[in-house]
Design a protein around this ligand. Structure first.
Ligand code: FA5
Length: 340
């Protein structure tokens, strides 16, 4: 029987050496030490031994059981450590690996231009106001002295919502809103979207942006208007820029002018960019507020006078950043936008 016990021990140790998982270890424990295990079976047969033999065999059997139990525990711990090591190895984080790049956006060149314009005008003492994109015909045309037969009133130039409501065709209705609400002195700018039924080409878009300026006070003159425009152009584009005022007609200003700035590329020499003229595309309209408009808004033209201007922000951004096609500003192509 002793031999049988030693053989069981040998066999159990051999099995333990081969095993790979804790589940297999449990199988070995059941096979040798479980209720129906091989060693338990042998112990049950001890009754058949003589009285003299029993204690010695019993002692051996108990020692082998203890040895196997402790060996099982050691193997269990060894397997557990190995599993943990393997898991850690698999889940190891390589902190030297480059991380996922976070794509940080930046201001759109149009918004950057709008904010820069607002900042220049704020530094000149102007306040910022906002007006709605959906306007009344009254504010967009009537109060601004636009004659009934003015071409921009025509359905082909204006997006009408109803007979009396439209998408504003310029930011000038903000003038009306401000003058109706506020007593002079008034000194405001207002930037935002405007809409016209214009065909798209390199410098025209049906949705574009304007910045309106309005100054109303006592003794405001054309000289103040020219000085204001001149300073803002120089602040924005540099002090070597020249401005040119061309007489023009707007129903709401008298006299009126359109303003060009010297070509950004050749600075007035004449190049392919400006078709040899030395001047950039038309950037803004301006003039002295028509007395009729002041009157329409409840301001006495005998006491007050004013000037107003409306800049095309998209075109200013184009000149500033050397963009030759207005469409690029609205296509949201990252290859274009990431250049700014
Ligand atoms: C006006 O809209 C007047 N309200 C400006 C004004 C305000 C005059 C106050 C006097 C006093 P005009 O239609 O010229 O004017 O437009 C002004 C500017 O908007 C143009 O010089 C141009 O820079 C820009 N603009 C006009 N139409 C478009 C368009 N379809 N796409 C892009 N920019 C445009």
């Amino acid at each position: 029987m002793k031999d049988k016990i030693y053989k069981i021990k040998e066999e159990a140790l051999k099995d333990m050496n081969k095993l790979k998982t804790i589940d297999q270890l449990e199988e070995i424990r059941v096979k040798f030490l479980g209720k129906k295990g091989e060693l338990t079976q042998v112990l049950r047969e001890m009754g058949s031994l003589s009285k003299e033999e029993r204690p010695a065999v019993g002692q051996i059997a108990n020692e082998v059981r203890k040895e196997l139990e402790s060996e099982l525990n050691l193997t269990k711990n060894k397997l557990r450590d190995e599993m943990k090591k393997r898991k850690l190895e698999k889940e190891r984080i390589d902190i030297t690996m480059p991380g996922n790049k976070i794509l940080l956006g930046h201001r759109h060149p149009l918004i950057a231009t709008m904010e820069e314009l607002e900042n220049v005008f704020m530094s000149m003492g102007f306040s910022i106001v906002h007006g709605p994109e959906v306007e009344t015909v009254e504010n967009n045309f009537d109060a601004l002295n636009s004659p009934e037969n003015h071409p921009s009133r025509d359905l082909t130039d204006t997006f009408y919502i109803t007979e009396d409501i439209l998408l504003r065709t310029h930011t000038s209705p903000v003038q009306v809103r401000v003058m109706k609400q506020k007593e002079p002195p008034i000194k405001i700018v207002s930037a935002g979207r405007t809409f016209r039924f214009d065909d798209v080409d390199d410098t025209h878009s049906p949705m574009f942006h304007q910045l309106e300026g309005l100054v109303v006070d006592k003794n405001v003159t054309m000289a103040n208007l020219k000085e204001t425009i001149d300073i803002f152009i120089k602040e924005l584009f540099g002090y070597d820029m020249k401005t040119r005022f061309r007489p023009h007609y707007f129903p709401f200003t008298e006299p009126s002018a359109e303003v060009d700035v010297s070509c950004f590329k050749c600075k007035g020499e004449g190049c392919d960019e400006c078709n040899g003229t030395g001047w950039s595309m038309e950037l803004l309209g301006c003039g002295m507020v028509d007395p009729k408009v002041l009157e329409n808004c409840g301001i006495d033209p005998e006491v007050y006078s004013g000037f107003a201007f409306g800049l095309g922000i998209d075109r200013i951004a184009m000149v500033k950043y050397g963009i030759d096609n207005i469409r690029l500003l609205f296509e949201n192509d990252m290859r274009f936008l990431s250049q700014f």
